[in-house]
Write a protein that binds this ligand. Structure first.
Ligand SMILES: [Zn+2]
Length: 729
């Protein structure tokens, strides 16, 4: 059993990705739920008696693989219920063991418990993120509060907690090895932090809060999804397409076909809106698209999220107090690398001022260009991306469309494999003997290049489709561990590329290529894991540390070794010319003012909302006033405005935690310096230090200590400032 209780449901997402909770919930009432229950009674008896494939041990090669070919939505509810019942029985047995509590009979026994639930929960999570639909959403609404309650039933088990506490306080603990001691500490603090020490009344209230929150998270997420799906910008004539490159016109035409519209459709999602704002010459249409996008969940109608946010914030504040913390932010950060909200705020504030100063410079450049063109306008938020692109061409002679023909999806995939071979001695071999959820998904076996030892499996699900959430992410299907013999890793990378025409290579942008390297970094973090206990495995590390390995891997895309071998023109096969690479390099810090302020304003509002305590918050007013106090440049809007901030209100996951990307990037920028100071990005001895201290240790070590072991010192913020082209304030 994992400390997160529902390990399989945790995804690692990018700043851009839409992070809606995989654990969704209930809308209490509803005829729909009732009709679901009715059909389900029949299904349940049938499936349980005939063997629900989701409950079975994973069979097949590589120590067993997920039975994605045997999934039916009707299996989920009975499988989850049976798996929860099984785990609760296992937990009861551990809690009521007549023998005195020991590391083996309590802590290790808990690691072994819940294996069935882990398997079912993993597939449930994959379905929620990649194969979702109305039938599945009914199951999610019904199961979310039950899953929340299930978690509380374990952490509130008094007899169990007494045993964990006894092991934690026992003199025998000193004889355990470092990994074992860390596991004891983690179990103990997680139970305490989940309310194990509270009295019966407080426990009951806590459980009620958690279930209520699960319902509100679902409501919030579904409202955003509905507005992204239902709203769109319809373009009716050719001249409304002015400025759009052919690839965007094709995508808009196919979106129109899907939506049964005549003309071209710009969907209300980031992947459609951002390019439209970048290229459309029609200013009034840019403004229209921009307003539609930034008002998701904020339209004063039945899908408005403001009241839900107020409720979520109040429940979180009450829960924090109940658990003995000043605020939700203090509770969330206690076990993070930052430890306190104050330290996170300190970093954000240090970066904020130079970033804002850079934005003013960027706006000056854009305004000058607009004036030179005789555009007769003042730069507004819907002009930013458009003029940014013009300045990029003007100042750096760099056109993104000039780079794209060299960035073929499949060649870059070979590129990341090659990097993994150089740094970690991994080899990737395609396999076809493994079931997949959709024919577009492909699988590779990962082995050690020299010893041929089997390391794990990597699933690649690159294309957008109905029922798959937007953005890019990594997911662990099975974490490496060796409690009862070696278990190897299964991980996946997921993206939302629009499938090209058959036989034609799919070309992607530089940003998308960077994201590929990022998500692959998470995969390598999982695949390199070399620990004993599943709760400490791979990417199961602190939220503000987990983006470090992934952001670090982004640096290898722009190495000459990768570009010369894998950035090949899709028609001529020739590598990207050095002059173009030089121009990409020269423009590396271009637009960092915009990117940093857009992100950081969202991170600051997130943190400040969760530091505000239990006063009633009107999200619109809070957002407006906070940004005014910060001196937010008027030309930029938060990357995620609060009514659509799924990282923060779609689950607890990144709440008071959106700062994590910046925190991790301090480590990233500083860590890459170790390669630069050595023999370069492919320095074998630095790579070995990286594997030994960072990529293989999971959560068996305190992250600050692990970093020190790799770098020989604490991280410095200078490298981050330099990477983003800021001078310190
Ligand atoms: Zn990430």
């Amino acid at each position: 059993m994992s400390n997160l209780i529902i390990r399989g449901l945790a995804l690692l997402i990018s700043t851009a990705a839409v992070a809606f909770a995989i654990v969704k919930t209930m809308d209490n009432s509803h005829a729909a739920d009732q009709s679901f229950n009715k059909t389900d009674v029949v299904d349940k008896t049938d499936i349980v008696t005939n063997g629900n494939p989701l409950l079975a041990k994973w069979e097949g090669p590589y120590g067993g693989v997920p039975p994605f070919d045997r999934v039916q939505v009707s299996y989920f509810k009975p499988a989850l219920e049976a798996a929860m019942t099984e785990q609760l029985a296992e937990v009861e047995k551990i809690a009521n063991n007549p023998a005195p509590p020991t590391f083996e009979n309590t802590i290790v026994a808990m690691e072994e418990a819940g294996a069935t639930f882990d398997r079912v929960g993993t597939i449930y999570g994959v379905w929620g993120a990649t194969m979702n639909g109305p039938e599945f959403q009914l199951v999610q609404r019904e199961m979310a509060p039950k899953l929340a309650q299930f978690g509380d039933q374990i952490t509130q088990n008094e007899a169990l907690f007494k045993r964990i506490e006894a092991v934690y306080n026992s003199p025998a603990k000193a004889k355990l090895n470092a990994e074992q001691q860390r596991l004891v500490w983690l179990d103990y603090t997680n139970f305490v932090r989940s309310g194990a020490r509270l009295g019966p009344e407080a426990k009951a209230r806590l459980s009620q809060i958690n279930q209520e929150l699960a319902g509100l998270f679902t409501k919030f997420s579904q409202n955003v999804l509905i507005e992204e799906n239902d709203q769109f910008l319809l373009l009716k004539s050719e001249d409304e397409l002015a400025g759009l490159p052919q690839s965007l016109r094709d995508a808009a035409a196919s979106a129109a076909a899907t939506k049964k519209q005549t003309g071209w459709v710009i969907m209300n999602t980031r992947s459609a809106i951002d390019p439209f704002l970048t290229y459309s010459d029609r200013r009034e249409l840019r403004e229209k698209a921009w307003r539609m996008f930034i008002n998701r969940g904020d339209n004063g109608d039945e899908h408005d999220n403001n009241a839900t946010i107020t409720q979520i914030l109040q429940l979180r504040a009450e829960r924090a107090k109940l658990l003995g913390y000043k605020t939700h932010a203090h509770w969330r950060l206690e076990n993070a690398m930052a430890k306190t909200p104050e330290r996170a705020m300190e970093l954000m504030e240090a970066v904020w001022k130079p970033a804002v100063a850079r934005v003013h410079e960027e706006v000056r450049d854009m305004q000058a260009l607009a004036d030179k063109e005789g555009a007769k306008l003042t730069i507004e938020p819907w002009d930013y991306r458009y003029y940014m692109e013009k300045v990029r061409k003007d100042k750096y002679d760099l056109d993104q469309n000039e780079v794209k023909p060299y960035l073929q999806l499949e060649k870059l995939r070979e590129g990341i494999f090659w990097v993994a071979g150089e740094l970690f001695n991994f080899q990737f071999t395609p396999v076809t003997n493994v079931p997949v959820a959709h024919p577009d998904i492909r699988v590779w076996e990962v082995t050690d290049k020299t010893s041929k030892r089997h390391i794990g499996l990597w699933y690649f699900d690159p294309y957008a489709r109905a029922g798959k959430r937007s953005g890019a992410w990594m997911n662990a299907y099975r974490s490496q561990e060796r409690v009862n013999g070696e278990v190897t890793t299964i991980v996946s990378n997921n993206a939302n590329f629009i499938k090209g025409k058959p036989g034609e290579p799919l070309l992607i942008s530089w940003d998308d290529a960077t994201t590929m390297f990022h998500e692959f970094g998470h995969a390598l973090h999982g695949l390199n894991s070399n620990v004993t206990y599943p709760s400490l495995s791979g990417t199961a590390v602190a939220r503000d540390y987990v983006e470090f390995p992934s952001q670090l891997m982004e640096h290898w895309l722009s190495t000459p070794e990768v570009l010369q071998r894998f950035a090949l023109h899709y028609q001529t096969g020739k590598p990207i010319p050095q002059t173009l690479v030089d121009r990409i390099k020269k423009s590396a810090t271009f637009n960092q003012g915009f990117a940093t302020v857009e992100y950081l304003s969202a991170a600051l509002v997130d943190m400040k909302m969760h530091l505000a305590g239990d006063r009633k918050i009107d999200p619109d007013a809070f957002e407006r006033e906070t940004l005014a106090e910060l001196g937010m440049p008027k030309e930029i809007v938060m990357r995620h405005r609060t009514p659509q901030f799924l990282h923060v209100f779609g689950s607890d996951g990144y709440s008071a935690g959106y700062y994590s990307y910046l925190w991790s990037d301090v480590l990233t920028a500083d860590a890459f310096g170790a390669f630069v100071e050595g023999k370069g990005p492919y320095d074998k001895s630095v790579a070995e230090r990286l594997r030994k201290n960072i990529f293989s240790v999971g959560n068996t070590k305190d992250p600050a200590e692990a970093y020190r072991a790799f770098r020989g010192r604490d991280p410095k913020v200078d490298a981050l400032m330099k990477k983003r082209g800021f001078s310190p304030s």
